[in-house]
Design a protein around this ligand. Structure first.
Ligand SMILES: [Zn+2]
Length: 89
C-alpha cells in the first residue's frame, strides 16, 4: 500500500513528499506518516480528520456570528448614546 499522510490543517490527503497542501495551500513542515497503520486505521484516521474539519467549519460560523453580535452591540451603544447623551460620561 502507498504511504498515506494528511494535511494537519485541513485533512487533505497528501502525495509522498508533497510540500504544499493542494487542499488549503499550507506548507507541510513535518507531514505525519501512516505507513505502519492498517487500512482500517487509515480510514478511521481520515474520518476523525473529517470530523475535525467539519467542527472547524462550525467554529468558523460561530465566530462569524460572534463578530456580528459585537457589531450589533456597538451599533446599539451608538443608538443609546444618541438617544441619551448624558448616560456615557
Ligand atoms: Zn491542507
Amino acid at each position: 500500500m502507498e504511504p498515506v499522510s494528511f494535511c494537519p490543517h485541513c485533512g487533505h490527503v497528501l502525495e509522498r513528499g508533497e510540500r504544499i497542501c493542494p487542499g488549503c495551500g499550507i506548507e507541510i513542515v513535518d507531514p505525519p506518516r501512516f505507513e505502519s497503520l492498517s487500512f482500517e486505521e487509515v480510514v478511521e484516521n481520515s474520518f476523525l480528520r473529517l470530523e475535525k474539519v467539519a467542527l472547524r467549519g462550525y467554529e468558523r460560523r460561530l465566530e462569524v456570528a460572534r463578530l456580528r453580535l459585537e457589531e450589533l452591540d456597538r451599533e446599539l451603544e451608538q443608538i443609546i448614546e444618541l438617544a441619551i447623551p448624558s448616560c456615557r460620561q
